[in-house]
Design a protein around this ligand. Sequence first.
Ligand code: PLP
Length: 363
Amino acid sequence: MLNKGLAEEELFSFLSKKREEDLCHSHILSSMCTVPHPIAVKAHLMFMETNLGDPGLFPGTASLERLLIERLGDLFHHREAGGYATSGGTESNIQALRIAKAQKKVDKPNVVIPETSHFSFKKACDILGIQMKTVPADRSMRTDISEVSDAIDKNTIALVGIAGSTEYGMVDDIGALATIAEEEDLYLHVDAAFGGLVIPFLPNPPAFDFALPGVSSIAVDPHKMGMSTLPAGALLVREPQMLGLLNIDTPYLTVKQEYTLAGTRPGASVAGALAVLDYMGRDGMEAVVAGCMKNTSRLIRGMETLGFPRAVTPDVNVATFITNHPAPKNWVVSQTRRGHMRIICMPHVTADMIEQFLIDIGE
Ligand code: PLP
């Protein structure tokens, strides 16, 4: 701690220098986050000091959280869904498995989970003492449904399906998983942290949401394709009372019980998330998603012309290539666990950026 505080000018000059060390989005092709929409930033600034951890103090902000859940429930074909704003997919996935564990009490619980699932499930299972029974992916990098039933046993508390996988942008056959979940009377959590704000806006969306009776909960992140400020995730549950399974007493707050994982929670990014959805409307979101999908297709075609074949044909805006070619200078791409080059065509990735990337990698 400094003994004497810094002058504002000196402090901000230091902060600016640090900020300049950060990479610029105009060359980031590896992130599932994006530059927040200006509308999100404006709303975020209005709600800067609001804390949803003590909602009685901020009833207006708390009602925005309810509206956000209602909008997302509506989008996922179940307006009456319960839910709350999380800090992102990690928290939503942890909480979903907590609910499943509270619903079915067994000695040594396990969860049947896709090989392609996000690493947040490792954290969730570690914290909750749940064994992960991993189901391999098929050639399209979707969960091999024929392997799911064999993985289920008497200690299985939940199935997980991925709608928009982190590494390959694939949507599992959630319909088939939902049928198995119904037959086996199991909880089915759909991780749509990425795809939840892409799939509903595609011309022919695959079924992945509450329209399927077997789906119990859905994770979706407005801070990814929803162009909100960070952190903005959401967990939706089919029955609002499912959240009650997580309640603990909170004696000194304005509410007497709480089911969230975090205590203090930002209202600002919730306002940001809702503001973007309401500002864009379905038409606006369809246009953004169409643009991202067009850029993804163009990138795949361009890379294949240059001799870098696609690893799979993605369902959402994640492109992967069979190559270990390094990224051209100044560009940031990533690699999947199987060693494929991975590029995410987020809203900040423009058609011009794709063309420039293709020129640079072709040289
Ligand atoms: N689930 C999926 C499918 C993801 O792609 C990610 C992150 O990329 C997460 C969960 C974790 O989200 P967060 O980093 O916001 O906690």
